[in-house]
Design a protein around this ligand. Structure first.
Ligand SMILES: Cc1ncc(COP(=O)(O)O)c(C=O)c1O
Length: 375
């Protein structure tokens, strides 16, 4: 990336480091260069994925989220994780599925389809903004739970507002009510620390192409014991009934591209080398600097909660009288800064990752201040 350009849309897709890209491209080139030398019965997995367990990579994901690899399925992305759960669980007739009104389609539509097709009842916890405290989210869920609620699902970090939800407290609440808890971690992997045991969720799925900077086309689904044994796989192939390695069973999908898995592994290795806590510290420090600057400005509304437990690398804000798309365009035109404008009236979402800097943030704040001054 040219040094004068600032990429601030990690919330959509992370900028993969060269090491990750080389792992992908290198594998593609090497495997085809050597294709005639491959004895399929011994080394076929270098040519295609889908027919081996990829234990090593699943162990590395397990290290990241603190889980046994047998509880982790490789998927294509977060959306696939959600759908594997919605399709794979045997829901009782009339079961309530409680989600929020701030889901990304990748955390919502599988549950919608289920309601349409199987007659489950879709329930919604309506989050009232501005949110000042994690306890308010827990209260909202408490009010929304009914005797029918059978499963609840929520984003660990919401896509649009960049709000970190109190995952542990919400999963505790689910357990107290005998409800299955599912966490959509698409925005969390490689971003904030994740410990599925501590969170106490029954399932957790994610897309590592954002904050972990892995190539797109990778994802994972974790399901805790004993629930994992009860989930049917949606896509069946040779291992569809392998209950010794449930993660492998749920990750069935036929031939895939092993180069993408090499890229995922390189991204995981790099993340461990940097240190998950260190990466999180830097992401949060930069996000806090941006939020501090924005919240001091007249005419700027910071949508992302300022509570220290509720925000990190995503910051959503609105500038009075100026559409998000115009803010995005001006940041690029005047400062070569590329955040993401949200739908009309929803403002701008600005991601700060370890490849961003204080200088860029100060530049962005200056430009926004100038725009307000001349509006
Ligand atoms: C919170 C959340 N959930 C789910 C998704 C869907 O991710 P994917 O398209 O990788 O499945 C996104 C994507 O931005 C997201 O932010």
């Amino acid at each position: 990336m040219p040094t004068e350009e600032a990429y601030c849309n990690t919330g959509t897709i992370g900028a993969s480091p060269l090491r990750v890209l080389h792992a992908v491209v290198g594998h593609l080139v090497d495997s085809m260069t050597e294709v005639a030398r491959v004895d399929w019965s011994e080394g076929g997995t270098s040519l295609l994925s889908g027919y081996s367990a990829y234990t090593e990579i699943r162990e590395k994901i397990g290290r990241l989220i603190k889980a046994d690899y047998r509880l982790i399925a490789l998927t294509q992305n977060a959306t696939m994780g959600m759908n594997l759960l919605a399709n794979g669980l045997d829901f009782p007739v009339g079961a309530g599925v409680l989600i929020t009104d701030i889901e990304h389609p990748g955390g919502r539509c599988g549950w919608e389809l289920l309601a349409e097709r199987r007659g489950t009842r879709l329930q919604k916890a309506e989050i009232r903004f501005p949110v000042e405290d994690p306890g308010e989210i827990v209260e909202t869920f408490e009010e929304a739970i009914t005797p029918e609620t059978w499963l609840l699902s929520f984003p660990h970090i919401s896509s649009e507002q960049g709000m970190i939800l109190p995952a542990k407290e919400l999963c505790d609440l689910a357990r107290e009510h005998g409800i299955i808890s599912v966490v959509d971690g698409a925005q969390a992997t490689g971003h904030i620390p994740i410990d599925v045991e501590e969170i106490g969720c029954d399932a957790y799925y994610s897309s590592p192409h954002k904050w972990l900077m892995a190539p797109a086309g990778n994802g994972f689904l974790y399901v805790g014991k004993p629930l994992i044994d009860d989930i049917w796989t949606t896509l069946a192939s040779t291992q569809w009934n392998n209950h010794e390695d449930n993660g492998y069973r749920l990750g069935q999908r036929g031939t895939g591209n092993p180069a993408l898995l090499r890229g995922l592994e390189a991204a995981l290795d790099l993340h461990f080398e940097i240190g998950p806590e260190r990466a999180y510290g830097r992401i949060k420090e930069l996000g806090d600097r941006l939020r501090r600057g924005l919240s001091r400005m007249e005419g700027v509304e910071v949508v992302t909660p300022l509570h220290p437990r509720m925000s990190s690398g995503l910051t959503t804000f609105k500038v009075e009288g100026i559409e998000g798309k115009s803010v995005q365009d001006e940041l690029w035109r005047r400062g070569r800064i590329q955040p993401r404008a949200l739908r009309e009236g929803r403002g701008v979402r600005y991601s700060t990752h370890i490849y961003n800097s204080e200088d860029e943030i100060d530049r962005a704040l200056r430009i926004i201040g100038e725009m307000i001054g001349s509006a």
